[in-house]
Design a protein around this ligand. Sequence first.
Ligand code: HSE
Length: 306
Amino acid sequence: MTLGVRVRVPATTANLGPGFDCLGLALDLWNEVDIRLIGNELKISNEGEGAGILPANAKNAIFRAMKALADQKDIPLPAGIQITSRNAIPLGSGLGSSAAAVLAGIFSAGSLFDVKLSFQEQLDLAAELEGHPDNVAPCLLGGLTACMQTEHGVVVRSLPLKEMPILIALPDFNFSTRVARSVLPKLVPYKDAVFNISHTLMVTQALQEGDFDLLKEAMQDRLHQPYRLPLIPGAQQAMEAAYRAGAATVALSGAGPALLVVCRYTEDRETVAGVMRTQFEQAGLAMRYFLPGIAFKGVETKIIHE
Ligand code: HSE
C-alpha cells in the first residue's frame, strides 16, 4: 500500500487595509495537494493556477518545506516522493499562494514522517520559511487572525467575524511581494502610524459586528497602499469605480496586485467586478475576478488509502 496524504490549503488576504503585516483572512479558495511516498525519484505535477510556471523540481516550495521539516527533525528524506497539486490560488497575486505551499509541505511531511508538531512549531517554521505570518496564520487557522512577531516567535489569535460578500479583483500585472516591499519608505510620519493603529482596531471591530459603514471608514491605510497602489496601472481608478458601484470598502489584498472588495450585498459583486474590469482594461490590463466566501477553517489533512 502506498503511503500518501491529501492536504487542502486556503487562499488568504493579508493586511485588510491598515493591518499591515498583522491581520489576515482565509478565503474559501483552495489548493489541493496529494503527496505520496512512491517510486525512487521526486516527481511533481501542477494543475490549474501556476501550471507550467511552478517549479517541478527540488526548488518547489512544497518540497522545500517538507525538506525543512525533515532536516529540523533529522529525518532522512525518502528518494521517492510524488507531489500532485491542483491549484485554485493564483500565483504572485497577494492571495497567499506561497504561504499555502509552505503549509502544504509542513503538514504533509508531518503526517507522512509521523512528526507531531505543536501549533507553535508549525507556525514558527512556516513563518520562517515564508516570511509573512499574516498569511500563514489564517491559512493555518481559517477565519480572521491577528499576529504579532515577538522575540520568542509569532503570537497568533483568531478574531471573531461575520460572513460578508467578498470580491477579489485580480489585474494581470506582475507585482512581486519583493518589489512591493522595496517601494515602502524606511520611516513613516508619526501621525500615519497613529492613523493605522486606530484604524486597525476599528477594522477588527467592524468585521466582528458586520458593520459596513464602520468598515468603510476604518479600512484605510497610510503605511503601504499609498506607495503601492500608484504602481499598479488602473488600480486607483478601479477602486474609485468600485465605490461608485456600491462597494462597502476596497483595499489592496496583501501586497497586491489583487484588490479585496467587500460588498454590502452578494448580488452587487458582479456589477462591481464589471466596473473595475473596465478601469483596468482602460489602463491596458486584463482582470480576472473571484467570489470566494470566507474559509472559517484552515489547512486540512487526510490520509490517502490506496
Ligand atoms: N503584509 C505583507 C505585505 C503581505 O503587505 O507585504 C505579503 O503577502
